[in-house]
Each structure stands twice: as structure tokens, then as C-alpha cells.
Design a protein. Structure first.
Length: 398
């Protein structure tokens, strides 16, 4: 997603196959907690003097080390799974001077626990590659932003590249190192050979910029709204919901939701559109072709005191190695989880517990091994937890 949470409780994730022949479970592990605030070992989720607002705080986890992008605090912190603060990249204009970390940019000695100053503005998504290099989304200052009136696009985002010691290397734009700003970034991913994928949203569709480990552009994938794939021979309205990059190959996992016309039974006239189904499409980044697709099974839930069923739509949590897609639907007490295998088409369903008071804010991160981590916020603290789901998907490193 250390101090253990003050009130520990057992939650569980239960998976079962479609035949329900075997049920497996794993306990949720509460790892550590962070107080709300601006100090180096705190997180400024809501601000101390204002009400909760839109924030772009995110976490990443690699090899048991947690990286937290504190957007409102304008800093990125690095913790062990026990909650020991290892390092911090911070904006000195908006953060108090560190008192447990040494300022790494002002010392000639070797420092293992250090704070490095960098003028972060609105840091958001982040990801870490196998070299422990850190990539962080950030916004540019107003004087470096540009607006395209014809395309109605604001180019105001960049991706910052830091080495494994937290030292700034360069920033990436559309053309690579030092390139022009990106449009709105929805997420960033690392893939095979430490390649980087930057997913951007535009009014006309989506752009995916794919870089090698040195920041050189390899591919730019343009996915226009009018070109979304359709099931053969059907008249449906597609809506692209999310794009994820596979961690072990040059593939994009694209979730498209489909809607169809609805008709009034009494008059036989068109009355609107209704949800039909969701499909996961696998695109080859190198040539832009669709290699495979899997329909997401529906999730029906009967409303209390109402006989009719309400069909809910899954959201993608992430992609682990071997083409396993994790999806979720919120419900009272937590989230329903569905794991789909793109190759075998196997399905596993379950439920992860999240307490009601932990819903002030939460964000999830799925590692390439299939470990699901989360930052769960109450009104007064943030909890970092995980579920070792890789044991159930069979994606365990030997």
C-alpha cells in the first residue's frame, strides 16, 4: 500500500470456482497506519483546516516496499511493510523540514534514510520498476501548460523519473525525455523490460504512450471512441471504461462496456438505452490489433425489499502476470472480487472486507504477483493493508 493499527480485526477474502466445489480463504493483513497531517511520517489526505476534497493520492508496492504519492501534501514517501519510513521526496515550500530523515541533497555522506527536495505540484499516479526506479505523475506550473482550442485538450501533465535512491533523473513528455506535456493522465504502468506505459484521456478517445527503460518512445497507441471494437453482428453502443497495461508483455487490457436500445413493451417504441455487457479486449501494442477478448460475467444483486434484480458493473482493479484480471464491485462491508484468466477463461469470485469507517477514502494497487494492497482512510488515520491473493491465482514466484 511499522506501526500496527490500534484495533486489529480479521477480514477475509473467499474465492470459489464457478462450480463452488472448493472454497479457499485468506486473512486480510493490517500492516501499518499513518496519522493525518503534514509531517514526514503522516499523510495529508484531507488537509487539517478544510473539508475533504478531490485528491489524487495513490500507492504502489514492490517487493514489500510501499510508495505513497501524497498529492495534497506534495510529497512521495517510501515505507517498509512494518511502517518504517525510508525516504521522502517533498516540496520544501509546502512541507515542514524533515526531523527523522537527513536531507540527501545537502550531504556528501552516504545516507540510507533521506529526504530529497523537489518542487512537486500535484503528484498523482506512481509506479516502480524492477530497478526500483520511481515514476510519478505530476502537473506542470500554469506558465508551462498549453491548451489546444481545436482539440479542446489541456496539455499540463508530466511523468517524473527518479532513480532507486530518489534522485531526479528526468521528466517524460509525449516525445520522451523533455517532451511536450501529456494530456490528462489516467494511470501509468511498468511492463516487460522495465518499459513504461502512460495512459491519457482526451475528448475524442485515449492515447497510450509506450517508452523503453531509457525514456525513448517505442509506440503511441491511439484509441478513438468511434473505433472501439464491437461484438460481431450486434448493434451496441460501446463505452471505454479503462485501459491497463500487462506487466509481462506489450499488451493492453481494454475494458469496454456495451449498451443497447431499450423499448417500451406496450408501445414497442424506443425508450432509451440500457447496459448490456462488459468485454475485456487484449490489444497487441506493437501493431494495434486485438488478440483476444473475454466477456465479463454479469453480477446480479437483488435489492432489499424489491423483487427485481439490479445488474452492477465490475471495475478493473489491475492485471497480474499470466493475464489474470482482478475486478471489483463495492457492496456493504467491502468489495466483491472477480478474477478472470484471459487464457484459460477460469473465474474465481470472492469478497474482501472493508469496514464502514474505512470508506472516507481508499485506493488499491495490484502487484504483478497478484498481491492486492490498499490505503484505507478513516476520519483520523490511514491504514495500509494487503491481501495475499497470489496464492489463489497460482501466480507465486518460485
Amino acid at each position: 500500500m511499522i506501526r500496527f493499527v490500534t484495533v486489529a480485526f480479521c477480514s477475509f477474502l473467499v474465492f470459489f470456482s464457478c462450480s463452488n466445489a472448493e472454497i479457499q480463504s485468506v486473512d486480510r493483513q493490517n500492516l501499518f497506519r499513518l496519522d493525518i497531517g503534514r509531517l514526514e511520517n503522516q499523510i495529508d489526505l484531507f488537509g487539517l483546516d478544510q473539508s475533504p476534497a478531490m485528491i489524487k493520492t495513490n500507492i504502489a508496492m514492490r517487493d514489500g516496499i510501499f510508495y505513497i504519492s501524497d498529492s495534497k501534501g506534495q510529497k512521495v514517501t517510501k515505507f517498509t511493510s512494518y511502517g518504517d519510513l525510508l525516504s521522502m521526496i517533498y516540496n520544501p515550500e509546502t512541507n515542514p523540514p524533515p526531523f527523522t530523515l537527513k536531507k540527501g541533497d545537502q550531504s556528501s555522506e552516504v545516507v540510507t534514510r533521506k529526504a530529497i527536495s523537489y518542487p512537486l505540484i500535484q503528484n498523482g499516479n506512481l509506479v516502480v520498476d524492477s530497478r526500483k526506479h520511481l515514476y510519478v505523475e505530476d502537473r506542470l506550473p500554469p506558465d508551462r501548460r498549453t491548451y489546444d482550442n481545436e482539440k479542446r485538450v489541456l496539455f499540463d501533465s508530466t511523468v517524473l523519473h527518479f532513480d532507486n535512491e530518489g534522485n531526479f533523473i528526468e521528466y517524460l513528455g509525449q516525445e520522451g525525455i523533455g517532451g511536450t506535456p501529456f494530456p490528462y493522465i489516467t494511470n501509468i504502468y511498468t511492463s516487460v523490460h522495465d518499459e513504461l506505459a502512460v495512459v491519457c484521456r482526451l475528448p475524442t478517445g485515449w492515447n497510450v504512450y509506450w517508452f523503453d527503460s531509457n525514456g525513448t518512445v517505442l509506440y503511441v497507441v491511439l484509441i478513438r471512441n468511434e473505433d472501439l471494437p464491437l461484438p460481431k453482428g450486434e448493434s451496441l453502443y460501446p463505452s471505454l471504461d479503462s485501459i491497463n497495461a500487462a506487466p509481462d508483455g506489450r499488451r493492453l487490457i481494454i475494458k469496454v462496456d456495451y449498451y443497447k436500445d431499450s423499448y417500451d413493451e406496450s408501445t414497442k417504441t424506443k425508450s432509451g438505452i440500457v447496459f448490456d455487457r462488459s468485454i475485456l479486449w487484449v490489444m497487441n501494442v506493437e501493431d494495434g490489433t486485438y488478440q483476444n477478448n473475454v466477456e465479463i460475467p454479469p453480477f446480479d444483486q437483488a435489492q432489499q425489499n424489491i423483487k427485481e434484480k439490479v445488474e452492477l458493473v465490475y471495475s478493473v482493479l489491475g492485471v497480474s502476470r499470466g493475464g489474470k484480471i482482478f475486478l471489483s464491485i463495492p457492496d456493504t462491508g467491502g468489495y466483491h472480487i472477480l478474477v478472470l484468466d484471459l487464457e484459460s477463461k477460469d473465474q474465481k469470485r470472492g469478497f474482501i472486507r472493508v469496514e464502514q469507517d474505512e470508506l472516507a477514502f481508499n485506493t488499491f494497487y495490484l502487484s504483478e504477483e497478484g498481491i492486492l494492497s490498499a490505503l484505507l482512510a478513516t476520519d483520523y488515520e490511514a491504514k495500509i493493508v494487503w491481501w495475499r491473493t497470489e496464492k489463489f491465482t497460482g501466480d507465486v514466484r518460485k
